[in-house]
Design a protein around this ligand. Structure first.
Ligand code: NAD
Length: 330
């Protein structure tokens, strides 16, 4: 099957070409994002593959369908960039990668948290300049602290397991329940209790209309003063301006994010030679108690291999008319 792969990175192309030997699809790579300005590139491709920051809204889907596209395969777990209702109406099937190393994201979240609490990035920069001063680098022990996990699915529960291993008390908020989370000793609480008790809050729910800005000014005002917030899920979960105000007042003790609301125009490219016009991200990186990474939590050999393998397998299933195990249904 002819497949147009948007946002195709160098590291993916090599691996995809190897894995495709077992599938024999005709893979055509595009560096660019899929968006209204680039959708014409997909004309004549029955399958289109996208990543987290491509724009697969109703208008783009309409043009994809008109050009003969029948399958959209996102090389990610999250699918907030795709208008599923429009896809259904247009008869375009959508598949994702439901299960790939939740460890990759959970372990990275813990790494961010350690770096934020123990000021590892600041210390790294200082020692390279010959500054071995400890002032400003003090953190706190994790043991005995309370960790609030918002969204106790695959990644949230894995994160909870690691934090329980540090000797933390783990509490969680979710619209559903995970028996595994409870087996680990995790206790379900309401949002107000999580806000009031957690020293560390980590976000692991998907971005939906219900979770958009789930962390806003009101939420932050109800948290423990000086608590740490980690987001490896989706940028839109946090009202970034409210986060900045909470950092300025000291209500928020530190913020570590791998995702950012406006990341689509910034992430996954080298902008080091340009003037970044986004004042919000520039303000964020100016704080000594903010760590920002560019959506790399998934980026391990194991996870990327599984993502690409699963994507090709879904396309092969679609081409052969087999049931789609990873189809997202509205
Ligand atoms: P999952 O589906 O296993 O878990 C999501 C959990 O969130 C579920 O338990 C669900 O019930 C819960 N949830 C849904 N709506 C909620 C709400 N309104 N309030 C509270 N909880 C709610 O998904 P997962 O594999 O654990 O992935 C979680 C998220 O992580 C993905 O949606 C994606 O956005 C993000 N992610 C980020 C990266 C990265 O590289 N930074 C990589 C993979 C996934």
């Amino acid at each position: 099957m002819r497949v147009a792969l948007f946002s195709a990175k160098k590291y993916e192309r090599k691996l995809l070409d190897e894995l495709n030997a077992g599938h024999r699809h005709e893979l055509v790579y595009f560096d660019t994002l899929l968006e209204p300005e680039t959708v014409s590139l997909a004309a004549g491709f029955p399958a289109v593959s996208v990543f987290t920051n491509d724009n697969v809204d109703g208008g783009v889907l309409k043009r994809l369908a008109a050009g003969g596209t029948k399958l959209v395969a996102t090389r990610s777990t999250g699918f907030n960039q795709i208008d599923l209702c429009a896809a259904k109406q247009l008869g375009v099937k959508v598949v994702r990668v439901t299960d790939y190393s939740p460890n990759s994201v959970a372990e990275f979240g813990v790494g961010l948290l350690l770096a934020l609490n123990r000021k590892i990035c600041r210390a790294y920069n200082r020692t390279r300049e010959g500054n071995f001063e400890l002032d400003g680098l003090m953190g706190f022990d994790f043991v005995g602290r309370t960790v609030g996990v918002m969204g106790t699915g695959k990644i949230g529960t894995t994160f909870a397991r690691i934090m329980a291993g540090f000797g933390c008390t783990v509490i969680g908020y979710d619209v559903g329940r995970s028996p595994r989370f409870e087996e680990l000793g995790g206790q379900y609480v309401d949002v107000a209790t999580l806000q009031g008790e957690a020293d560390i809050i980590s976000l692991h729910c998907p971005l939906t209309p219900q979770t958009h800005h789930i962390v806003d000014a009101r939420f932050l005002a109800g948290t423990k003063k000086g608590s740490l917030l980690v987001n490896t899920s989706r940028g839109g979960l946090i009202d970034t301006e409210a986060g900045i105000e909470a950092l300025k007042s000291g209500q928020l003790g530190g913020l570590a994010i791998d995702v950012y609301e406006q990341e689509a125009s910034l992430f996954f490219r080298d902008l080091s030679n340009t003037v970044i016009p986004d004042d919000v991200i520039q303000r964020l990186v100016s704080f000594p108690n903010v760590i920002l990474t560019g959506h790399q939590a998934f980026f391990t050999r194991e996870a990327v291999g599984t993502i690409l393998d699963t994507t090709l397998a879904s396309i092969s299933d679609f081409a052969a008319g087999r049931p789609l195990a990873n189809e997202i249904k509205v």
